[in-house]
Design a protein around this ligand. Structure first.
Ligand SMILES: NC(=O)c1ccc[n+]([C@@H]2O[C@H](COP(=O)([O-])OP(=O)(O)OC[C@H]3O[C@@H](n4cnc5c(N)ncnc54)[C@H](OP(=O)(O)O)[C@@H]3O)[C@@H](O)[C@H]2O)c1
Length: 286
């Protein structure tokens, strides 16, 4: 939040349950200060039972929008008045924009966030026969798969504990790609020869069990990325680095997904820089 707040300040925020772990207030607060914007970005702890009333209150309170995090991204789909085509396709909205008439528009910027993050890591997906293995089939995995489709990845292998959820993902995100679904116990088969491995489960996140898989079957030049960013260096990334594989951590996805939302609310396209990254990482408060 800037120190320049006036009575005309614009307000945005992030709704989640819980919300105390979120790095988004620190991230948007950095940009508000950097661009000297008369605005605020506030953490909002919203119980899922109260999501609809909270979203409907945004226009009443003069908010220009909010981000949504776990567990609201899919729930919001049935509440908002408008959905952009990507949010509709992915089945999840992580950004809400309050239109001038007070109606709510759901957007998905996680797809952009994932793509930008791996592309800045020199990821080159377009070669023929390229294969990607995605662990997970939740809201974040949907955004990852949609991003891989946009990049032209043809062979996408989904591994998930809950098979119905993985099949539902493939049905919604149909396209010209070839999907295969693997049981969690068959992870090794799904990883065999893959050029890209993405962890889009919550395994490896602080407070969750670690993700423990053998990386030997991956292609020797494989690229490994984890969308978990707390801790920044997950055991998956450490193991991949030890094998000499190319690695990109998950913090960049958070930074890049925030940029189009900030631009929509505050009218300024912000830059993702190493100073921003250092600022967000400097948050050691509980
Ligand atoms: N870097 C970023 O900007 C960014 C953005 C979004 C999310 N994330 C992170 O991504 C992670 C997933 O988020 P989400 O929104 O997709 O959550 P979600 O919808 O709750 O999905 C969680 C996924 O993890 C799997 N999973 C959970 N526990 C497991 C276990 N013990 N064994 C195997 N699989 C397990 C679930 O499998 P089942 O379907 O079988 O339950 C599901 O595929 C979270 O850590 C979140 O913080 C990061």
């Amino acid at each position: 939040m800037t120190t320049f707040l006036s009575g005309k300040a614009k307000s945005a925020g992030v709704m989640g349950w819980p919300i105390g772990h979120s790095k988004s207030p620190r991230l948007h607060g950095y940009w508000l200060e950097r661009y000297e914007i008369d605005g605020a970005y506030i953490p909002l702890a919203v119980n899922p039972d109260k999501l609809e009333v909270a979203l409907r209150s945004l226009s009443v309170l003069g908010f220009c929008g909010v981000n949504l995090t776990i567990p609201h991204k899919e729930l919001a789909m049935d509440i908002v008045d408008h959905l952009d085509p990507l949010a509709r396709r992915v089945g999840a909205a992580n950004t809400i924009v309050v239109r001038d008439d007070g109606s709510l528009e759901g957007r998905n910027t996680d797809v952009y966030g994932f793509s930008q993050n791996i592309l800045t890591g020199d990821f080159m997906p377009a070669k023929e026969g390229f294969s990607a293995t995605v662990l997970g089939a939740g809201g974040a995995a949907r955004a990852v798969v949609a991003a891989l489709q946009e990049m032209g990845v043809q062979d996408i292998r989904i591994v998930n504990r809950n098979q119905e959820r993985a099949k539902a993902l493939c049905e919604t995100l149909t396209g010209c790609n070839s999907f295969s679904v693997f049981a969690w116990d068959d992870t090794q088969k799904a990883v065999a020869g893959a050029d890209l491995l993405v962890n889009a489960t919550s395994l490896g996140m602080q407070g969750q069990p670690p993700l423990d898989i053998d990386l030997t079957p991956l292609s020797q030049k494989a690229f490994v990325t984890d969308i978990v960013y707390a801790p920044l260096e997950t055991s998956l990334l450490a193991a991949a680095r030890a094998r000499g594989l190319q690695v990109v951590d998950g913090l960049g996805m958070l930074l890049y997904q925030a940029a189009p939302a900030f631009a929509a609310w505050f009218g300024q396209t912000p830059e993702v820089t190493s100073a921003l990254r250092a600022h967000v990482l400097g948050d050691n408060k509980p």
